[in-house]
Design a protein around this ligand. Structure first.
Ligand SMILES: Nc1ncnc2c1ncn2[C@@H]1O[C@H](COP(=O)(O)OP(=O)(O)O)[C@@H](O)[C@H]1O
Ligand SMILES: [Mg+2]
Length: 429
């Protein structure tokens, strides 16, 4: 019987351990054409060769040896991580079930009795080598898979971060468009008022110049006096006197609107801090509404039904992001015209904020999937499918939850429950 040539690049190595050199030489000569053979005549030498290079792929170990016997040798081989995986076949003249059991318990993979048929020896060795190769291959595969899993995990995290970033950018884009519109309007009329005022001042100065010239005329002729009166009438100074304060008041009002928008933006973003603090959810809702009002106002009427709720420990700017996501989703669900109801309330240890709409609703099969990252029913470019997943993460971080109920065709309600004192209190964001 012909054993397979081991892998083409590496011949398998067999370590023979026997105190009788006649056995070593018979086995050695027989195995030499197929394997690289190492020999040891006692236990200590066997251990030395087992730990060296080349490392044996299989060890044939005599049980009865003076000094250190085969049981002691296998005990030490198994105790050393470097040698514990080398398969050991006991070779013995004893034929006893008790002995065989002892050897197998100690970790031997097989038992061969002397004298033995050499071709059987060869077959047994071959079997052990194949098993060992399979084990080694599995070990390599596992190591490879582990690094692969780790690598993919890292990749996923990078992709996830990039998506969070792009969801944020999309939200910022939406906000920026709305805010640009809100600010453009007051800036427009303030600057038009300034132009008008400029014209008015021009007229006022032309009358004053005429007065100065008249003052230098001595004596003042009736004709000049008449010209002055006509000039004053033609420049409508009385009208200007009434209109100028109005223009100024209107411009002040416009600038204060711009200032409010900027204040709302600051409240919304809380850019200066991202820390747990006592926050007023109504204030957060109001500043969020002011920011996205433009997005909502064409299709939706917003109804506020605020209850009595205490301030809660929270990350206010992150909760504002949740409210914004829910409000924008509600607005998107409304196709032509509809209502958004914002309700708040409190039960014992929790407060809740509910955003309800009478939009198109959610199909029952989608209800369980809403919070999955990337789940969206919106066309590419319109939805990322991350809004609710991000919102749920934020709410969970607060120790809360989001409940949904919806009826297709009737509308949806998202209720955010938040503990008044979240368990993570004190941990930073
Ligand atoms: N108020 C709502 N009415 C109807 N469907 C909604 C509402 N809110 C969320 N959805 C559904 O949940 C999906 C996921 O929402 P979200 O995570 O915010 O992602 P996106 O808005 O980008 O699609 C939406 O595509 C939509 O199908
Ligand atoms: Mg959304």
């Amino acid at each position: 019987m012909e054993p397979d040539k081991q892998s083409a690049d590496r011949q398998a190595t067999i370590l023979l351990v026997d105190d009788e050199s006649i056995n070593l030489s018979i086995f050695g000569q027989f195995l030499a054409p197929y394997y690289q053979v190492l020999v040891a005549t006692d236990g200590p030498r066997a251990l030395q060769l087992a730990g060296g290079t080349p490392k044996p792929d299989v060890i044939l170990l005599d049980v009865m040896m003076p000094g250190m016997d085969g049981y002691q040798v296998i005990g030490q081989l198994k105790a050393d991580p470097d040698t514990r995986d080398i398969p050991v076949i006991f070779v013995t003249a004893l034929s006893s079930d008790v002995e065989e059991e002892r050897g197998l318990l100690l970790g031997a993979v097989d038992y061969i009795y002397k004298p033995c048929h050499l071709s059987i020896l060869l077959a047994r060795i071959k079997t052990q080598l194949e098993l060992k190769n399979a084990r080694d291959w599995l070990k390599d595969q596992n190591a490879y898979l582990e690094t692969e899993v780790q690598r993919r995990h890292q990749e996923n995290q990078v992709v996830h971060l990039q998506l969070l970033q792009s969801e944020k950018l999309a939200a910022i884009g939406q906000l920026a468009a709305g805010i640009a519109h809100e600010i453009n309007n007051p800036i427009g009329f303030v600057s038009s008022n300034l132009n008008t005022l400029n014209g008015y001042l021009h007229d006022v100065f032309s009358v004053m110049d005429a007065c100065d010239a008249a003052l230098n005329e001595n004596p003042l002729s009736a004709e000049t006096l008449q010209d002055l009166r006509e000039l004053k009438t033609s420049k409508q100074l009385d009208y200007l006197r009434g209109d100028i304060p109005e223009l100024i008041a209107e411009s002040r009002e416009g600038l204060s609107r711009v200032r409010d928008i900027i204040q709302d933006l600051k409240d919304f973003a809380h850019t200066d801090k991202n820390e747990w603090e006592l926050g007023d959810l109504h204030k957060g809702l109001d500043s969020t509404l002011n920011i996205i009002g433009n997005e909502l106002k064409y299709r939706c009427t917003v109804h506020k039904q605020y209850g009595e709720i205490p301030q809660i420990y929270c990350l206010p700017s992150q909760l504002n992001q949740v409210f914004m996501n829910l409000l924008i989703n509600a607005a998107h669900a409304i196709e032509t015209k509809g209502d958004i109801h914002i309700r708040t309330g409190c039960t014992g240890q929790e407060v809740w904020v509910e955003i309800g709409d009478n939009g198109k609703g959610i199909a029952p099969e989608n209800l369980t999937r809403l919070f999955e990252p990337f789940f969206t029913t919106k066309p590419v470019g319109k939805g990322t499918g991350l809004g609710l997943s991000i919102s749920q993460n934020i709410v969970r971080k607060h120790g809360g939850r989001i409940d949904v109920s919806s009826e297709p065709g009737q509308g949806s309600r998202f209720r955010v429950w938040l503990p008044i004192r979240p368990p993570e209190l004190g941990r930073s964001a």
